[in-house]
Design a protein around this ligand. Structure first.
Ligand code: CP
Ligand code: NVA
Length: 307
């Protein structure tokens, strides 16, 4: 059966560990695996802008022996003249996998439902699961483990990143906390899924409006932009609503002294994070950006060999 990666919990906790271990091996030996030899092509479809995702998947597909085929919004019939289902039926005849960055999660689900090749969500409005594989890999590199660590996500709790943090960290057996304004909460379904998974992995889940409650004793501090792609027209309102939820040096000091700081990037210094934090000694954001490459190569290898 074709395996997809529509959201963080499309893999099991054991598979998550397996993919991260493979990513670490591929980081040490980048050209060791060629599941796309041929070269086979992978469609990389972008309905939103991207730097890291576009570059890391392009380089990763090439490293795996394949050919990256980038399709930007407006360059194909998808969404304009052709349905998602018909697009899937055509792409699956020619490519080994479909990587799609778009808006509605339901569109990713629909593509997967009609595709005989793996469909990977490279960011939707609801989830950013590829980023979480890289972030978990990075946390493991710096902390030596994942299970039992406490992660505090501070900022836009309604973002794709917050939802993915809840689910992916619960899968890893971590204690995951989200602090956000009351009207910017994670998806109820993501919260409930994370809570159920945490009860099986030994992790825990907390959603709060109290930033200090989330940060106290945290091993990892994370944030994301307050204005996600597609929300630009609400910029002024959102900046006002998130006052007090920016990660400053004072707030970072509430976490453990050796806490690390993560941000998926792009970052807006002076808003969700201060320059002193993201450019400071506790920041591991550049490691996480690099790890997108290794984690996604491992993900592609897993999906291509599991399908
Ligand atoms: N973090 C991330 O997905 O970055 P891009 O938007 O540049 O791909
Ligand atoms: N939440 C952000 C993540 C960017 C990688 C967005 O969706 O724009």
């Amino acid at each position: 059966m074709t395996r997809h990666f529509r959201r963080d919990d499309d893999i099991t906790p054991a598979e998550q560990q397996q993919i991260i271990a493979m990513a670490i091996a591929m980081k040490a030996d980048p050209y060791s695996h060629k599941p796309l030899a041929g070269p086979k092509s992978v469609a990389l479809v972008f309905d939103k802008p991207s730097t890291r995702t576009r570059v890391s998947f392009s380089v990763g597909v090439a490293d795996l022996g394949g050919n990256p085929l980038i399709i930007q919004a407006g360059e194909s019939q998808l969404g304009a003249k052709e349905s998602i289902a018909d697009t899937a039926r055509v792409l699956e005849r020619m490519v080994a996998a479909i990587v799609w960055r778009t808006f509605a999660q339901s569109d990713i689900d629909e593509m997967a439902a009609h595709s005989a090749v793996p469909v990977i969500n490279s960011l939707s409005d609801d989830f950013h699961p590829c980023q979480l594989l890289a972030d978990l890999m990075t946390i493991g590199e710096h902390k030596g483990r994942l299970a039992g660590l406490t992660v505090a996500f501070v900022g836009d709790g309604s973002s794709n990143m917050a939802n993915s943090y809840l689910v992916a960290c619960a899968m890893a057996g971590m204690h995951v906390r989200v602090a956000s304004p009351a009207n910017y909460q994670p998806l109820v379904e993501a919260y409930e899924t994370a809570t159920r998974i945490a009860s099986e992995t030994g992790g825990s889940v907390l959603v709060t409006v109290d930033v200090a409650e989330a940060l106290v004793d945290a091993d990892v501090v994370v944030t994301d932009t307050w204005i996600s792609m597609g929300q630009e027209s609400d910029k002024e309102q959102r900046i006002a609503d998130f006052t007090g939820f920016g990660v400053t040096t004072e707030l970072l000091a509430v976490a453990k002294d050796d806490a690390i700081f993560l941000h998926c990037l792009p970052a807006f210094r002076g808003y969700e994070v201060d320059a002193d934090v993201i450019d400071g000694p506790q920041s591991v954001v550049w490691d996480a950006a690099e790890n997108r490459l290794h984690a996604q190569k491992a993900l592609l290898h897993f999906l291509l060999t599991a399908s």
